[in-house]
Design a protein around this ligand. Structure first.
Ligand code: ZN
Length: 507
């Protein structure tokens, strides 16, 4: 497998080698010591996190890829259960925090914990991890920064500043970790630049996040060697590329320390502690998908399209061939080569016929390819028989297929029942709005538009759309008014307005 734009990916590996987080240089003395009790209250931290998350939802790099999100969320959910069972996650944080994952298209190898229980995961990270165990190690480390209140302690340090400014600082630090060169342009003024250094986790916090993260991930049933494997990978990459631009890395062999620390946690006799367990075919396919979702450019797509036709391809192990066929089919689709995409996905389906998880991914890919080509009916056929309760990727594809001519009689019912249990799913609200429009139900469509804004924490956008719903009612008094819908809109408008007022007051 190639690394698209290797330099930028490796550059970020260096930052990540020190910490998986948005922090780059974690040894500053300004931080309070652990356990001094100076935490930002949970409710305040959540509101701060909401502000930051809203900006990230608006970022053109934000991507709600249902397949990658489901994969990451599946690992995350297991870690959450383990953290609660271990007593690392108290009930107040469990209830008050968002515990939402935001996926970014960025090719940087990074993940970062944000205030209020939001977690950023970049495609570049999924693209380099080899197994769920490795990805779980990163997520568990980040989760532990939240549950151990490291973030709240960093934020409490900055409590003199307004929430608006604080949110700007975190976003600036985040931009800096993604692109060190652009950092000065992104961060406005020297004050914020100085503030960024104060948002770094201390070494003690990093060690604690490693220790607690390891316990949580192993309790969740992941292989602890994933932790050491991830570190090895990062260290190796940084060794290749120490171009002199990272003096901190050379003077602080923190990664070796952390690896040694991690190895010492392995029970004696557990075999080769250095070797990360090999991932499943599903894991390899997810890495391949992440590479393409991160928009690697036409040259990389052409390379992936060609790979399954290289000599010697058939002698590769199944796992590698499956990932390459998946990457080829998706690349073909991006390059608008429908016959090639269909042929590659058919080869993939035949190869993984005995692997249930991989077979499902092949079906989803076949449907996605047809949707991209505008063939709604073929997309529905590719999904195969539909069960009564669909998982999210199937549901999203079904809705997209209906926008391309497929007749899906059960669609709004299915979306409604999904949203009843997942009201924060902005994508599903947008899809149901389109379905309502197609059914000539404009009032319901306007309300769904508003809910999509609420899901992404944009109160002002939501207020506009609820008001548009009320306005529609005034202009269509005798129309197909759904009185239930009208009273919901009135109540929801008031809630959104009150959130908007709260935020304005906090400035
Ligand atoms: Zn960290």
């Amino acid at each position: 497998m190639h690394f698209p734009k290797a330099t930028s990916a490796f550059r970020s590996l260096l930052c990540t080698a020190l910490c998986f987080c948005f922090a780059v240089a974690p040894s500053h003395a300004q931080l309070p010591s652990l356990g001094d009790g100076a935490d930002m209250p949970a409710g305040e931290e959540r509101r701060l996190g909401d502000r930051i998350a809203r900006e990230l939802y608006r970022d053109p790099d934000f991507v709600d890829d249902p397949i990658l999100v489901e994969y990451v969320q599946g690992i995350w959910d297991r870690l959450m259960v383990a953290a609660v069972a271990r007593g690392e996650l108290n009930s107040e944080l469990d209830e008050r925090f968002a515990w939402r994952i935001l996926l970014g298209r960025d090719r940087s190898v990074n993940a970062f914990a944000l205030p209020g229980g939001y977690m950023g995961v970049l495609c570049g990270l999924i693209a380099v991890v080899g197994s769920k165990d490795e990805l779980a190690s990163v997520l568990a480390h980040e989760m532990s920064h939240v549950t151990q209140r490291h973030i709240s302690r960093l934020m409490a340090q900055q409590s003199r500043t307004s929430p608006l400014f604080l949110a700007g600082m975190v976003l600036g630090a985040l931009a800096a970790s993604r692109n060190p060169q652009a950092a000065n342009a992104v961060i406005t003024g020297g004050v914020a630049l100085q503030a960024q250094s104060q948002l770094n986790f201390s070494r003690a916090m990093e060690r604690e996040a490693d220790r607690v993260g390891y316990l949580v991930m192993t309790q969740a049933g992941f292989d602890g060697r994933g932790f050491a494997g991830m570190f090895e990978k990062l260290q190796q990459a940084s060794g290749f590329n120490d171009s002199g631009g990272y003096p901190y890395l050379r003077s602080h062999p923190l990664t070796s320390e952390r690896i040694a620390d991690m190895r010492s946690r392995m029970p004696l006799g557990s075999g080769d502690a250095n070797r990360a367990p090999t991932g499943s075919i599903e894991d390899a396919i997810m890495s391949a998908r992440a590479r393409i979702v991160s928009r690697p450019g036409q040259d990389a797509l052409r390379g992936w399209s060609a790979e399954p036709d290289m000599t010697g391809f058939d002698r590769q192990p199944d796992r590698r061939r499956a990932a390459a066929l998946y990457a080829a089919a998706l690349s073909d689709s991006e390059r608008r080569d429908l016959p090639a995409a269909r042929a590659h996905v058919a080869r993939l389906a035949a190869l993984v016929v005995n692997d249930a998880a991989a077979s499902r991914l092949a079906r989803l890919l076949a449907a996605e390819i047809e949707v991209a080509a505008g063939n709604g009916a073929q997309a529905v056929a590719a999904l195969g028989p539909l069960s009564s309760s669909l998982t999210r990727p199937e549901l999203v594809l079904l809705a997209q297929a209906s926008q391309h001519g497929a007749v899906v009689p059960t669609l709004t019912d299915r979306l409604q029942s999904w949203l009843a249990t997942h009201p924060q799913d902005g994508t599903a609200w947008t899809l149901i709005a389109a379905a309502y429009r197609a059914e000539n139900q404009p009032l319901r469509a306007l309300r769904a538009d508003a809910e999509a804004q609420v899901a992404h924490l944009d109160w002002s956008g939501a207020v506009d759309r609820y008001k548009a719903g009320q306005e529609w009612m005034r202009r269509n008094p005798g129309g197909s008014a759904d009185y239930m819908e009208v009273s919901i809109i009135d109540a929801r408008l008031q809630q959104a307005q009150s959130r908007l007022r709260e935020e304005t007051a906090e400035r």
